[in-house]
Design a protein around this ligand. Structure first.
Ligand SMILES: N[C@@H](CCC(=O)N[C@@H](CS)C(=O)NCC(=O)O)C(=O)O
Length: 207
């Protein structure tokens, strides 16, 4: 059975969501990040930087939320959550992933790091304005690409919707407005999926 090392409402939520969409069994191992468990010698053998998520699939260890979600989609193709490699749809899937990780998540994470993640003496408040501006700019581009579409790739739900909706949910939780009704509606539509209700209860169960 796949082991998922995670922490509720973190980037490991993306992997929980993917596993719930796929409908496969997994063991959720909570890493007590706030108590320093990420930095223990045992966990550093799994994730070199002590972060979550990581998975152990029968001895195959993988880190990075987008890589894990993509691996799982490829491993369980019957559910159709990732377009097959070598197709134009797969290239669009990759485009979406890279945009989310490099253009959308980065300014948002900068806001998070400099408001509540970093120790106070490492925070640079002056960075917040430019990070908000950068995030809104990415949201504008995203709005153009999503307008008139049901899902990020068109008519069919895919793993990139998990990464995107999770990132938009994070923005909301950080108190950072997207400035776009299209994006807010999309985020709420994805969050209303039955699989996401399962994510909430699975994370609640680990505390
Ligand atoms: N790029 C990585 C980022 C992983 C990451 O930063 N995880 C955070 C939780 S969302 C973490 O484990 N932080 C603990 C730490 O920085 O020590 C991914 O997408 O998996």
């Amino acid at each position: 059975m796949i082991k998922l090392y995670g922490y509720p409402r973190s980037r490991s939520t993306r992997v929980v969501w993917m596993l719930e969409e796929l409908g496969i069994d997994y063991e959720f191992i909570k890493i007590e990040l706030l108590e320093g468990e990420g930095q223990t010698a045992d966990y550093l053998k799994i994730h070199a930087d002590g972060k979550v998520p990581a998975i152990d699939d029968e001895g195959f260890v993988l880190t990075e939320s987008a890589a894990i979600v993509t691996y799982l989609g490829d491993k369980y193709p019957a559910q159709g959550l990732i377009p097959p490699a070598g197709t134009q749809q797969r290239a669009k899937y990759d485009e979406g992933c890279f945009f989310i990780l490099t253009e959308l998540e980065q300014p948002l994470w900068t806001i998070g790091k400099h408001t509540f993640v970093f120790p106070e003496d490492k925070r640079v408040p002056a960075i917040l304005d430019v990070a908000r501006w950068e995030f809104l700019k990415a949201c504008k581009a995203l709005e153009k690409n999503l307008s008139g579409k049901k899902f990020a790739l068109g008519d069919q739900f895919s793993a990139v919707d998990i990464l995107l909706a999770h990132t938009l949910r994070w923005a909301d939780a950080f108190g950072v407005a997207s400035g776009s009704q299209v994006l807010d509606d999309y985020r709420d539509r994805m969050s209303a999926r039955p699989s996401f209700a399962k994510v909430i209860s699975r994370e609640a169960a680990v505390g």
